[in-house]
Design a protein around this ligand. Structure first.
Ligand SMILES: Nc1ncnc2c1ncn2[C@@H]1O[C@H](COP(=O)(O)OP(=O)(O)OP(=O)(O)O)[C@@H](O)[C@H]1O
Ligand SMILES: [Mg+2]
Length: 600
């Protein structure tokens, strides 16, 4: 999915509607937030009014009880401002955090359901940035901007009314001044925001680069490319510094202009106001009140302008999130799924008819005209040159992709008619690229079956010949295996993954080069373990090493996506085709190793 390059604008405000379902559950909180907000705004608007009273009375009146009343009034108003502001802050921030958390959960849950096709065209960094940056923009909108906009709109209109009531002449004058201040600040402010986005992007580039390279640290060191990598990173960092500097200059200009113009306006009113007071057109209390309202109005205008920018960015963010949420995986459970009953016999029957498949990114066929019938409990070996389509066949069985034509049936039911989860629960897979999560050995194996007991995990590990090395790890099963299992050898990782698949105890077991990184002795161990594990199920094994597939009931030879030979080891050797050719290469290339292997 390509990122949306559309520039968000306020006219697209309709896209914020996408947020409504996330806001709906929190009506009560919105009400409290709204109430405290209006209360705080009213109380804030009352403050200058109280000041006027104090100044008018306090300096001229002799009655101390009047003085006391006005100060107590001011204190009460201030208390209301304090309380309602704090309540509004809490409620609104709570809403922001809550809504963002909900959105994050929904988006992540949705992404987890996408088919591999989606992940082929979308980088995981892109998804992470949707989850973090875009949701944070929405959090700013819900948790700050909306309330700031409403509060300042109230302050702005209330303040303006009060200003006009106090002095029409001064009000008109000050409005002109304010416009002269606000317009240049808004223009500069927009430039600053754009520049800060640029500099954030540059920092993100640098950290993406560092992230990728740190993951490949041993490659960098083995090719002694440390210096050139450091240089590349330095370039990125320097670019981000330059961008940051441009932004800072713009920001400094903004600060200069805003402060200078802001103060100039206030000085001007004070100046004119002072004359008005001397001419008795205005009391000194009224002048104070007027200035305070001016400050409130000016602040409100600045905030509203800033909020518009935030809203614009939140619109962009919610458009992107919406786009993600609207994605429908092409691989879905049927509306009326059928249920598969496992027969008395162990394992499951698999039938593939007239199957043709190519990846959507490449029109060349990967699998062509595949016909295959596998009986329950049968053990099939799939061999063939690299790129023949072996792994792809497994992907189709798991329904990660749908074939363009033909069908795959389990016990007579087309896998498209099965609930996706039900189908995948039937299949245990040991993939070609083993995946180890950064947790301990126990949890890595338990991943195969949620809620499996420790005993079940030990049993599976034992079957996969993983038990002997796990118990020798510093903390046994509780040993942390490192990021992507970095603390294990290739063969150890494979045995963990085999244990994981065995824990699931599936009727259909798919092994993709399950023993490729094992030394001869461990391979022997795993081979024996698999022998036992394969007994009560249908098994498909992909292997480049022919010694590991000799025991299969049937061997299928795949080349350029077509089944070119099927038979037992001996019959295929007799045929003298591709299999016998591969077998000859395999058995003569490494005589020492194979002597060991052929023992079993
Ligand atoms: N996600 C994908 N998108 C596009 N083409 C793909 C994809 N995955 C695999 N292919 C292509 O499909 C063909 C078959 O790949 P596959 O992984 O099934 O081969 P294989 O038989 O498992 O090979 P190996 O023995 O090397 O693992 C290859 O030409 C490969 O380039
Ligand atoms: Mg493969």
């Amino acid at each position: 999915m390509p990122p949306t390059e559309k520039k968000p604008s306020l006219s697209n405000i309709g896209s914020l509607k996408a947020l409504l379902p996330f806001l709906k559950p929190y009506k009560k909180q919105f009400f409290i937030a709204g109430f405290s907000l209006v209360l705080a705004a009213c109380a804030t608007l009352a403050v200058p009014f109280c000041f006027r009273e104090i100044i008018n009375l306090g300096f001229h009146s002799s009655s101390s009880s009047q003085i006391n009343t006005t100060f107590i009034q001011l204190f009460l108003v201030a208390s209301v401002v304090a309380f309602s502001t704090a309540l509004r802050f809490y409620m609104v921030s709570w809403l922001g955090e809550r809504v963002t958390s909900d959105i994050r959960k929904v988006v992540y849950g949705h992404v987890l359901q996408q088919s591999p096709e989606f992940f082929e065209s979308t980088q995981s960094g892109e998804i992470l940035s949707r989850l973090n940056t875009d949701t944070t923009l929405i959090q700013t909108l819900v948790g700050t901007s909306i309330s700031m906009a409403v509060r300042n709109a109230l302050l702005l209109s209330g303040g303006l009314v009060m200003m006009f009531i106090t002095s029409v002449k001064l009000s008109i004058l000050i409005l002109v001044m304010l416009l002269l201040t606000v317009i240049p600040t808004m223009i500069l402010g927009r430039r600053v925001r754009k520049l800060s986005k640029n500099s954030q992007d540059k920092i993100a580039d640098a950290s993406a680069l560092a992230g990728e390279k740190l993951n490949a640290i041993s490659t960098i060191q083995s090719f002694t490319n440390e210096a050139s990598e450091a240089k590349l990173f330095n370039q990125y960092v320097e670019t981000s510094f330059l961008t940051a500097r441009i932004r800072t200059v713009a920001r400094a200009n903004l600060t200069f202009i805003a402060i200078l113009l802001g103060f100039s306006s206030i000085i001007l009113i004070l100046w004119l106001g002072a004359y008005a007071v001397t001419r008795n057109e205005l009391s000194s209390g009224e002048l104070t009140q007027f200035i305070l309202y001016t400050v409130i109005v000016a602040g409100a205008i600045a905030v509203v302008a800033e909020v518009l920018g935030d809203t614009q960015r939140a619109i962009g963010a919610s458009e992107r999130l919406l786009e993600l949420l609207n994605l429908n995986s092409s691989i879905k459970s049927p509306n009326h799924p059928e249920h598969l009953t496992l027969g008395q016999k162990h394992g499951i029957q698999l039938e593939i008819q007239g199957l043709n498949f190519h990846y959507s990114s490449n029109p060349n066929p990967v699998l062509s005209d595949i016909h295959l019938k596998i009986n329950p409990g049968e053990r099939i070996a799939i061999v063939g040159p690299s790129g023949a389509g072996k792994t792809t066949l497994f992907q189709l069985l798991l329904r990660f992709y749908d074939p363009q034509s033909g069908s795959i049936k389990l016990n007579g039911i087309d896998i498209k008619q099965l609930e996706l989860q039900e189908l995948r629960k039937l299949i245990g897979i040991v993939p070609q690229d083993v995946v180890i999560f950064s947790t301990n050995a126990m949890e890595n194996i338990r991943y195969g079956k949620e809620g499996a007991s420790d005993e079940e995990v030990y049993h599976a590990a034992h079957l996969a010949a993983a038990d002997e090395f796990i118990t020798r790890l510093p903390d046994g099963y509780q040993t942390f295996l490192g990021d992507r299992g970095i603390r294990l050898s290739g063969g150890q990782k494979q045995r963990i993954v085999i244990a994981r698949a065995l824990l699931k105890n599936p009727p259909l077991l798919l092994l993709d080069e399950a023993t490729s990184s094992l030394d001869a002795e461990s391979e022997n161990l795993v081979q024996q373990a698999l022998e036992g594990a394969m007994k009560n199920r249908t098994t498909l094994v992909i292997a480049h090493r022919l010694s590991t597939v000799k025991q299969a009931d049937r061997i299928i030879v795949l080349e350029h996506g077509r089944i070119i030979e099927t038979g037992t080891h001996n019959s295929l050797i007799e045929q003298g085709g591709l299999y016998s050719h591969l077998a000859k290469l395999q058995f003569t290339d490494a005589p020492q190793l194979n002597k060991l292997r052929l023992k079993d």
